[in-house]
Design a protein around this ligand. Structure first.
Ligand SMILES: [Zn+2]
Length: 467
């Protein structure tokens, strides 16, 4: 692999910025500075008017996932090419065993599916059921396979939802193994009650989806999960925080010294629940995900939480379906496959809405899109930083360039975009993944299968200090 010299850009990390050149050699960042020696055949990128940032880490994706009678539209090839074109160089996806299935066996399936990824990837494990066998296999997942985060569901009654007794046992097991529990925090009992009530009242449209998942359900479950983690004394990672009561529960806990990490998604900062009132089924159903988009007033609370560090990572929960797939729920909103796309757009949307508006600095943008996820999931300093010796996962972002987001031009394998027609300013023009120039100003150069699996270490005391 030839050297790459990224010359003259403004390097931004979570800690600060400086003007410097950056040299990639053999997949790693080899030097940062000026007048860097490089081979005569080096590829030179002029980044004079651009920002040079660590590649994005999306800690929450679902590629190729079978769910709700179908399979999500993006597999590990299309999904990771879309990610690379938007400046994301690492994803953490979720392995989803079916009820009763060995999580080790499910991991083997996901590993084989992910063989075609074009960027690096790791896995969280969904705790899809609970019992002695699951608990036993967790030890091997952590020690032999580098799976060090486990997601528990407080929602989806009759499916993934676990009772409190099992959540407590699972959190204890995570603590024992040095793993990080994650939660999907919505109250599944209340949602089941409200779904039945909506259907009984004849509400079958996508509007029923948001009416059956009010913000209180998320607030209550977030508070309950935090209480369990606090008493068990294990850190907790709350995925896709969408609602003000959930953000407040996290802020309260953190102010008391409880180790809770909050993740949000760009969509929750900008899209409101009016989308579910749209008469066009495809449009409304295209926005069906859990938790749902919230009334507009929640957005100010979430932005505040992003600014003050209550919410410190951003993912996408990328789980995209086509219009045709969403029509599985045309007569019953509870059958609409849950999920939206976004793996391609996260950095562009967050830069546009966050940095351009002055809500967050470029440094905070790096923390939110890359560095904090690397730290929380034990990928740092290999990922999420621009230090010599780190993987050369580097992006060049042109702050003056504009782009219109649209299903017609996206690389995500679907015919719908929640960002349809949005013009963003600030565009990723180059993406390097371990030094390989996978996205070159509109041209995708990545080969299927070049991405590598990222096993992760369990956490010890230094981790506890970082949360
Ligand atoms: Zn998810």
């Amino acid at each position: 692999m030839t050297d790459t010299l990224i010359r003259g850009g403004t390097l931004v990390t979570a800690d600060g910025r400086r003007r410097a050149d950056l040299l990639c050699r053999e997949g790693l960042i080899a030097a940062v500075g000026t007048e860097l020696a490089h081979s005569s055949d080096a590829e030179v990128i002029d980044a004079g008017d651009c920002f040079v940032l660590p590649g994005g880490i999306d800690p929450h994706t679902h590629l190729q996932l079978p769910m709700m009678g179908t399979v999500v539209a993006d597999d590990f090839y299309s999904g990771t090419t879309a990610a690379a074109s938007g400046g994301t160089t690492t994803i953490l996806d979720f392995v989803g065993p079916v009820r009763g299935q060995s999580p080790l066996e499910a991991l083997a399936t996901w590993r084989s599916w992910a063989d075609k990824a074009v960027i690096d990837y790791g896995f969280h494990m969904t705790v899809a059921w609970w019992g002695p066998r699951f608990s036993e296999e967790m030890a091997s997942l952590v020690r032999d396979h580098g799976i060090t985060s486990f997601k528990f569901f407080l929602a989806y009654k009759g499916g993934l939802m676990l009772p409190d007794e099992d959540l407590i046992a699972g959190f204890l097991r995570c603590r024992e193994l040095g793993a990080l529990p994650q939660v999907h925090a919505e109250n599944g009992e209340l949602i089941a009650y409200l779904q039945a009530k909506m259907l009984a009242e004849g509400v079958t449209s996508p509007l029923g989806h948001v009416l059956s998942r009010p913000p209180q359900c998320e607030g209550e479950a977030t508070g309950r999960a935090i209480a369990m983690a606090e008493i068990v004394d294990v850190p907790l990672y709350v995925v896709h925080v969408s609602a003000a009561p959930a953000a407040r529960a996290i802020a309260d806990a953190r102010s008391r010294g409880v180790k809770v990490i909050g993740e949000t998604l760009p969509g929750f900062l900008a899209i409101d629940d009016s989308v579910y009132r749209n008469a066009d089924f495809d449009f409304a159903a295209g926005h069906v995900m859990s938790p749902p988009y919230r009334p507009r007033e929640h957005q100010a609370v979430l932005w505040q939480a992003v600014q003050d560090g209550t919410l410190s990572t951003t993912g996408t929960d990328h789980c995209c379906f086509t219009r045709a797939q969403k029509r599985l729920g045309q007569r019953d909103f509870t059958r609409i496959p849950n999920g939206c796309g976004g793996i391609e757009d996260r950095l562009h949307v967050l830069w546009h809405l966050g940095v351009n508006s002055g809500r967050i600095s470029p440094e905070r943008f790096v923390a939110l899109t890359s560095t904090n996820a690397a730290r929380n999931f034990n990928l740092w300093p290999r990922k999420g930083c621009l230090e010599v010796g780190a993987d050369a996962d580097v992006i060049v972002l042109d702050p003056a360039r504009t782009k219109t987001l649209s299903a017609a031009t996206q690389r995500q394998n679907t015919d719908f975009s929640v960002w349809e027609g949005m013009q963003v300013k600030g565009v990723v023009v180059h993406t390097f993944s371990r030094g390989a120039h996978v996205w070159a100003d509109g041209e995708l150069r990545a080969e299927a299968g070049r991405g590598r699996y990222l096993p992760r270490q369990p956490f010890g005391d230094p981790y506890q200090a970082r949360v």
